[in-house]
Design a protein around this ligand. Structure first.
Ligand code: DGJ
Length: 726
């Protein structure tokens, strides 16, 4: 992209990409204001943009600030905005409010391809507060907005920064909010609220992305749904403390905003020092599927997005837990290879005195006690079977009962004078200390250099509580987050072939910043397929299926004690990066054989699942869910019809299959092995007329708008459909 300034001559920028327009007003030397973020407006001439600016200018109101109050992406009181300010800080108590004036604005865009987005970079100064600002507002080719800001202290004294939040406006027609909460074993649980006047803030102070993070904060038109209504969503690309908010005022201003949540005194900018905010992402969609698809396309365009077929994983955790026994693990590896697994991951328990979760964490030396001959006999066996070998680590943490903590008790993060309470019997290492960073880097580097390891499951099992630097007494979550990024980056630089999974007691660290340096996330420690239907659906609202670790567990789920048949478990895990977390050496032979069929189907479908567009029908019956993946060229699709409960309807009504080419005809038929509609009707031999290998031939429009009679299913069962363009 070549830089050009033309469009900024008159203080306007119109960026367009993938059906989205972003119109920025940069006139008058003020920070950029978004005049429109939403559906593509088509090409607009200079007079049309200038008239748009005029048409969008707020009318001044009585008994308030004289003059219009347009709100910039970094809102300031000096511009008349009395809502949440973008920058909060002070210099010894003074300079508490900013008034930035733009010194330079650059538009970087491809003149020959005006519909591929572009980037506006603004440099601004506040000569009174002695601060400099660089703001980047970008419309990515996928139609995703992202922005971030860097503030520089240009004064001769220290500036204490308390907050740097950026915002994106949404129309007042956006009257409902969707965001997420959750806890261990139940991540990304949706919650909907009206978007009323005032401030709704989702704060996360856990020192990781968090189970209960907002994840996505979406504002939408009344009743917006998967495939209906307009929706605008923001995501904060940050793996530490952060805040995400929606603010609506009586001035007809509605904003979505976010930034890092800084602890008191955490960012003290010395002269010339700077702070850069996380990227804030904004996605507009014609329904939630469209909003999600922009994130997915953006992630898939990353240079290091996994490009090889996502291997079938066997993870040892729920198979053996801490019982590391070579003979048993060899047997598990044999069974894994026999069902078609391609990657074998040795979970927690291989190092130091780590025979349970109360000790040994931090001692990254292979345990002589359980691995007297090192890991070689297992890695040789696994690789000899043609599988990749992966291993679990939790580099940011330490048990107090460990050689590392005994040797360096001062390496543990703490508030002055007291250690934080333990969580999972562990504490947090102060990775921002160079000697701690160097030690952990050296240990991991040696591990990766010694064994043929092609995959790290990188865990992070506790919240950061009173996480301070003992050397300075200052809060350290910000530094810790950056240090963890640096550690991941450096390891990836040294071992570019190694893939990394972001795990945090399940899905506690899922965000776009950790995904800049990892290759998949562990969605949840809960692999109960019923819970997973919900957790995976909403994890997929932000990230594509190939980045989501989805495993088949044992018949009785370890975390809920629910029992599910193999087809429901495997048909749920199919929609993700498929794996197995179950002691299949003890599996019933019929189940093991069936698992092999699901593995084969996953291998056949993964090119489609991992490149296609995820779709979710808006099914009126809460007991049934329909979701699927449609190929980018709409030539084929796979759908799951899922009964999560018993239905009020008997038989259930028709299900719609969304996302196909409306004008093309498709052959739709049941897909084995998920083609058995377990339900009373089929048990009694009452067949669904179209449920045959030949299926039916219908247009994409009919399939989306009319649909097909769904089979009667027992609760907690699913069936698969395959659609092929004819
Ligand atoms: C929490 C993870 O989410 C689990 O999958 C497992 O790796 C354990 N930690 C191991 O301690």
């Amino acid at each position: 992209m070549a830089p050009h300034l033309a469009a900024l001559d008159f203080g306007m920028a119109h960026l367009r990409a993938a059906g989205v327009s972003l119109v920025l007003d940069l006139s008058g030397g003020f920070l950029p204001r978004v005049l429109h973020w939403g559906a593509d407006l088509g090409a607009l001439s200079r007079p049309a943009l200038e008239d748009l600016r005029l048409a969008r200018r707020p009318q001044p109101i009585g008994f308030s600030v004289d003059g219009p109050v347009p709100v910039a992406v970094l809102p300031e009181q000096s511009a008349g905005w009395l809502g949440t300010p973008g920058l909060v800080g002070n210099r010894g108590g003074a300079d508490f409010s900013t008034a930035f004036r733009v010194r330079e604005a650059t538009l970087v865009a491809d003149d020959d391809r005006p519909d591929t987005g572009g980037r506006v970079v603004v440099r601004a100064d506040d000569d009174t507060a002695r601060l400099g600002l660089e703001l980047t507002v970008e419309l990515c080719p996928a139609g995703l907005v992202r922005q971030r800001a860097t503030v520089v202290n240009r004064g001769a004294s220290r500036f204490a920064l308390d907050a740097l939040d950026l915002t994106l406006p949404v129309p007042t027609a956006a009257v409902e909010l969707l965001d997420f909460t959750g806890h261990h074993l139940r991540e990304r649980s949706p919650q909907r609220t009206p978007f009323t006047q005032g401030l709704r803030v989702r704060e996360n102070r856990t020192g990781r992305t968090g189970y209960d993070a907002a994840y996505l904060l979406v504002a939408g038109t009344a009743g917006f749904a998967n495939r209906a209504g307009e929706a605008w969503g923001v995501h904060t690309g940050w793996s530490g403390n952060h805040r995400t908010f929606a603010e609506r005022t009586f001035h007809a201003v509605s904003l979505l905003g976010s930034g890092e949540l800084l602890l008191s005194g955490e960012v003290l900018l010395e002269p010339d020092a700077s702070y850069t905010s996380p990227w804030q992402y904004g996605s507009y969609g014609d329904g939630l599927d469209d909003l999600s698809a922009r994130f997915h396309r953006h992630l898939r365009a990353r240079p290091r997005h996994p490009s090889t077929p996502r291997p079938v994983v066997v993870n040892t955790w729920e198979a053996v837990y801490f019982d590391h026994d070579l003979a048993r693990l060899r047997e598990l590896a044999d069974a894994a290879a026999a069902v078609g697994a391609e990657r074998f991951v040795l979970d927690d328990g291989w190092f130091g005195s780590r025979r349970d979760d109360r000790r040994g964490l931090g001692d990254w030396y292979v345990s002589d006690e359980v691995w007297p001959d090192g890991l070689g006999p297992l890695t040789d066996h696994v690789t000899g079977l043609g599988m990749q070998f992966g291993i679990w680590v939790e580099p940011e943490m330490v048990n107090e009962d460990s050689d590392l903590a005994r040797a360096h008790p001062d390496w543990i993060m703490a508030a002055e004078g007291r250690l934080p309470g333990r969580a999972r019997s562990q504490q947090v290492l102060d990775l921002a200390r160079p000697e701690v960073f160097a030690h952990i880097l050296e240990r991991l580097d040696e591990l990766l250099s010694t064994y043929p390891i092609s995959y790290l499951k990188w865990d992070h099992n506790r919240d950061l509580v009173e996480a301070g630097h003992r050397t300075t007494g200052r809060a350290g979550v910000h530094d810790q987050t950056l240090a963890a990024y640096r550690l991941l980056d450096e390891l990836r630089r040294r071992h570019p072939g190694v893939e990394i999974e972001s795990c945090s007691s399940g899905g506690g660290r899922v965000d776009l910043a950790i995904l800049e340096r990892t290759d998949r996330v562990w969605v949840s420690d809960c692999i109960d397929a019923l819970e997973r239907q919900q957790i995976q659906r909403w994890t997929n609202a932000l990230i594509p299926l190939e980045l989501m670790g989805t495993h088949v567990g044992s018949g009785v789920a370890h975390t809920t004690d629910r029992r599910h048949v193999i087809d429901f478990r495997a048909g749920t895990a199919l929609f993700g990066h498929f794996g197995i977390e179950w002691d299949i050496t003890r599996a019933d032979p019929d189940d093991a054989a069936r698992l092999g069929e699901w593995v084969a189907l996953y291998k056949e479908l993964r090119p489609l699942l991992h490149s296609g567009t995820a779709v979710h029908a808006d099914h009126p019956d809460p007991a049934y869910r329909v979701h699927g993946v449609v190929a980018r060229d709409a030539s084929e699709a796979v759908y799951a019809i899922v009964a999560t409960a018993t239905s009020e309807l008997y038989p259930p009504g028709p299900v719609s299959l969304p996302g196909l080419d409306p004008d093309a005809t498709y052959r739709v038929r049941p897909q084995a092995p998920g083609d058995v509609p377990d339900g009373n009707a089929s048990r009694w031999g009452v067949d669904l007329p179209w449920w045959t290998p030949q299926g039916v031939h219908l247009s994409g429009r009919v399939l989306a708008d009319v649909g097909l009679q769904a089979p009667v299913l027992f609760p907690e069962r699913l069936v698969l459909l395959r659609a092929t363009r004819v």
